[in-house]
Design a protein around this ligand. Structure first.
Ligand code: EPZ
Length: 440
């Protein structure tokens, strides 16, 4: 992964000139968890529709360093065999670049009785603690110690983990799926309350059930898991990742702003009710079918209306991961929009890039902004240098550049590569001028 790559983008100058079809990849945030769940199995598992992005590659490397065999098959499936795993020390450098590595800790602890790992890395979007994971492990009988010097957590359980009842005082996607997977091998029943209900969790849970796990309440706020007492799962069925709703939603918003007509194929419109509702409420023309969404962009500064009160929310509410993208869209809607980021307290770093292009955005507090539109976006005084601050903020500034006037450079595109597969090729196929270059 080259840290010093950038995109050079020619703005469309408010023309909705893109058009074509985008095929959605498998969901990164589902496939990563299925990869972690491979530790629960006695033999090799086959994962299908796994996207090939940097996060997937990073987790593959972490698994290989733990002694797993990980290989892409000729048919595109990812095969993972953890039967010869020999270590439970998660690589600090690799884990430092991706928070999802913390999801591995539960399966490793459940199977081997111990795990060590660094404080999780990933996107710099708020503190993102892991107290709910650690509290869960302790409830199941493990002991957690923090080696403050090395900033490494050591978790051990002298005997098999036992089932427990837990209430998440914050809805946590990673916490829900990790403790669900941990409970699969524990002895006895685990009840998880106030669970996250993202479809990626159900996607992995249903696969585990097809391979013998006993999980009830999938997709609801309360799940009950009847543990095997240590017996590993048998890989009876392959796993198939659901379509990535965040990738689909990203292109849906981009299509409304920059395309005359954009079809998004191989997606799950039913996973995007909140996003489609917000866009339609703002005046976007959107048609949906079983696995396809078509959006027709409207031109002119009056084309879209502002959103008076938009709040991000756990699924099925408006996804925090599309907050940066919808904010970039709202700079082109007429009127004042108010956006409340209820999940993270540090997810507005990209605002300064949009303000640099002329967007009228006020940060009221770490969780609330006001956007006044529509404002044309341009490289003010010839300065079109932008930065990708995280995966989704990176997509937002690329989209802002595309609907602006002038030439723009977006640096740190390795962060965009964590969640999108060759975004520049996808955009070029729609008619955009986006070049990937080695930064100077
Ligand atoms: C997942 O992160 C996603 N990542 C994130 O997407 C997404 O933004 C997030 O869910 C919310 O939807 C993956 O699935 C790999 P959380 P996760 O645990 O699981 C607090 C992307 O772009 N919390 O639901 O880490 C936490 O601080 C990424 O792909 C605790 O306080 O999110 C946050 O405020 C960006 N203690 C809130 O819960 C804990 O022990 C939600 O976090 C755990 C979480």
């Amino acid at each position: 992964m080259n840290q010093k790559e950038s995109f050079v983008i020619e703005g469309l100058a408010e023309e909705r000139s893109l058009s074509g079809t985008v095929k959605v990849h498998g969901a990164k945030n589902a496939a990563l968890k299925a990869m972690a769940a491979s530790v629960l199995f006695a033999g090799p598992v086959e994962l299908r529709n796994v996207p090939r992005n940097n996060d997937i590659e990073t987790l593959s490397k972490i698994l290989i360093r733990l002694g797993a065999k990980v290989a892409w098959q000729d048919d595109g499936a990812l095969s993972i065999d953890t039967s010869a795993m020999s270590s439970t020390d998660i690589d600090a450098e690799l884990a430092g670049s991706m928070r999802a590595s913390v999801v591995l800790t539960g399966p490793l602890l459940a199977r081997f009785g111990k795990v060590t790992f660094p404080a999780p890395g990933g996107c710099v979007i708020g503190a993102r603690p892991i107290d709910l994971f650690l509290a869960g492990y302790e409830k199941m009988g493990a002991t957690v110690t923090l080696d403050a010097g090395a900033c490494v957590y050591r978790i051990e359980s002298a005997k098999k983990l036992s089932g427990a009842e837990m209430f998440f005082n914050k809805v946590t996607v990673g916490g829900t799926e990790t403790l669900m997977m941990t409970a699969v091998l524990a002895s006895g029943k685990t009840v998880l309350k106030n669970c996250a209900m993202e479809p990626e969790i159900a996607n992995v849970a249903e696969w585990l059930v097809s391979c013998g796990a006993r999980i009830e309440g999938i997709g609801t706020p309360t799940m009950a898991i009847h543990g095997s007492g240590g017996a590993l799962l048998q890989p009876r069925e392959s796993y198939e990742a659901i379509p990535d709703r965040i990738e689909a939603g990203s292109f849906l918003i981009l299509g409304a702003l920059c395309a005359s007509r954009l079809a998004i194929e191989g997606c799950r419109p039913d996973h995007l009710d909140a996003v489609i509702g917000v866009l339609r409420g703002s005046g976007a023309k959107i048609e949906t079918a079983a696995s396809r969404i078509v959006v027709e962009g409207s031109a002119g500064p009056e084309a879209y209306a502002a959103i008076a009160d938009l709040r991000t929310h756990e699924y099925p509410g408006f996804p925090t991961d599309l907050q940066p993208v919808i904010v970039a869209y709202l700079t082109q809607a007429s009127g004042e929009s108010r956006i409340f980021e209820t999940i993270y307290e540090g997810r507005f770093k990209y605002i300064e890039d949009l303000q640099k292009l002329g967007a009228s955005i006020t940060v009221m507090n770490p969780r609330e902004i006001s956007v006044k539109g529509a404002t044309p976006l341009r490289a003010m005084a010839g300065d079109g240098d932008l930065t990708a601050h995280d995966i989704r903020a990176g997509f937002a500034v690329v989209m802002a550049a595309l609907c602006g006037s002038g030439t723009f450079t977006v640096s740190n595109v390795h962060l965009i590569d964590r969640g999108y597969e060759r975004l520049e090729q996808q955009l070029a196929a729609l008619g955009a001028s986006v070049q990937r270059i080695k930064a100077a």
